[in-house]
Design a protein around this ligand. Structure first.
Ligand SMILES: Cc1cc2nc3c(=O)[nH]c(=O)nc-3n(C[C@H](O)[C@H](O)[C@H](O)COP(=O)(O)O)c2cc1C
Length: 322
């Protein structure tokens, strides 16, 4: 399948694996890219820019296909050394960067000068238009369904994607709630040029996370996520568990007085404990509503081949015969 996204990134299928903290290691990125999609390493999971450089080198040993690096701009009290991370990306010969979190404008000139294609992930039409106006090559439009940070507008993809299609001239992918061929065909019908998946790629053979995480996603229904940190305007969709329940109780008890420091035990330092040790109640970890559509743990190649085969059948048989 050829779309503006496959052309832009030089990939076979219009399927991207979004950056994921403590999931987006070289193993997963290489597996997705080898299967014809676009795999993405998560920069900030690497503790230093030198670690990111090694991770990029490791990925290159596992694939000769294009892969990208996610650069998340955090509302961090102590901002990471972004220029040094970007230097590692450029020196590592990476040609695609997924930015997220905040406006990437300050770093675009250095990325563009190095010939890097930038896809910015955003949760609204106005932020997508801003990304287009500052020179991003593409956007990833993340609907309210998404795992991670859906923003504060709460617009689901059924509305957000056609709205984005009406306004944008650069290519975009649908993100949030995407799991299978139905997602891809619907996304294309609504004007997207492909899709980005997060949660679905965690439940794959190659995702380098604890088996408990994969089983929790397979066992979860679409009712099992919660929104946290809304009072801090840093909303995150996470898997429901006992720590999340505790956090939500604090939000109810403290109301407008809630501060980030009140919820540190539930949100800081959680990812390695969940993703590597399999401590499923350690704290809050991002997960999309799409868990309700995930019932197996295929290889990335099985998953992507199945999506493309079934999408072809949907378009050329089911829809064509209506
Ligand atoms: C466990 C997990 C960690 C994530 N970490 C990041 C991150 O560090 N940076 C980022 O830009 N997006 C992050 N995301 C968001 C994904 O890249 C993607 O946009 C989102 O998962 C799409 O929604 P879906 O889960 O419904 O497919 C994360 C998502 C999950 C599930």
């Amino acid at each position: 399948m050829k779309t503006r996204i496959t052309e832009l990134f030089g990939i076979e299928h219009p399927i991207i694996q979004g950056g994921m903290h403590y999931v987006g290691f070289a193993e997963l990125a290489a597996a997705v890219s080898n299967a014809g999609g676009l795999g993405i390493i998560t920069a900030l999971t690497q503790k230093t820019p030198a670690d990111l450089a090694s991770e990029i080198a490791r990925c290159r040993e596992m694939t000769d296909k294009p892969f990208g690096v996610n650069l998340t701009f955090l509302p961090a009290m102590m901002a990471p050394d972004y220029p040094a991370y970007i230097r590692a990306i450029i020196d590592g010969g990476v040609t695609i960067v997924e930015t997220a979190g905040r406006n990437p404008q300050a770093y675009l000139p250095v990325l563009k000068e190095a010939g890097i294609k930038v896809i910015h992930k955003c949760t609204s039409v106005r932020h997508s238009l801003k990304a287009q106006s500052i020179g991003c090559d593409a956007v990833s439009v993340d609907g309210f369904e998404c795992g991670g940070h859906p923003g504060e507008d709460d617009i689901p993809n059924m509305i957000l994607l056609p709205r984005a299609a009406d306004e944008l001239s650069i290519p975009f992918v649908a993100s949030g709630g995407m799991a299978d061929a139905r997602s891809l065909v619907a996304a294309l019908a609504m004007g997207a040029d492909g899709m980005n998946m997060g949660t679905r790629f965690i439940a794959t053979q190659e995702a380098p996370v604890h088996e408990n995480v994969k089983q929790a996603i397979v066992a979860a229904s679409e009712l099992d996520t919660r929104l946290i940190m809304r009072p801090l305007r840093n909303t995150e969709r996470v898997m429901h568990n006992s720590a999340v329940e505790k956090l939500l109780q604090k939000e109810r008890d403290l109301g407008a007085k809630l501060q980030f420091t009140d919820i540190i035990p539930e949100v800081v330092g959680i990812y390695p404990r969940v993703m590597q040790n399999g401590e499923m109640d350690a704290g809050a970890w991002s997960c999309g509503m799409v868990a309700g559509l995930i019932r197996d743990i295929p290889t990335c190649k099985e998953l992507i081949d199945r999506i493309m085969r079934e999408a072809h059948a949907l378009i050329h048989e089911k829809l064509a015969s209506l």
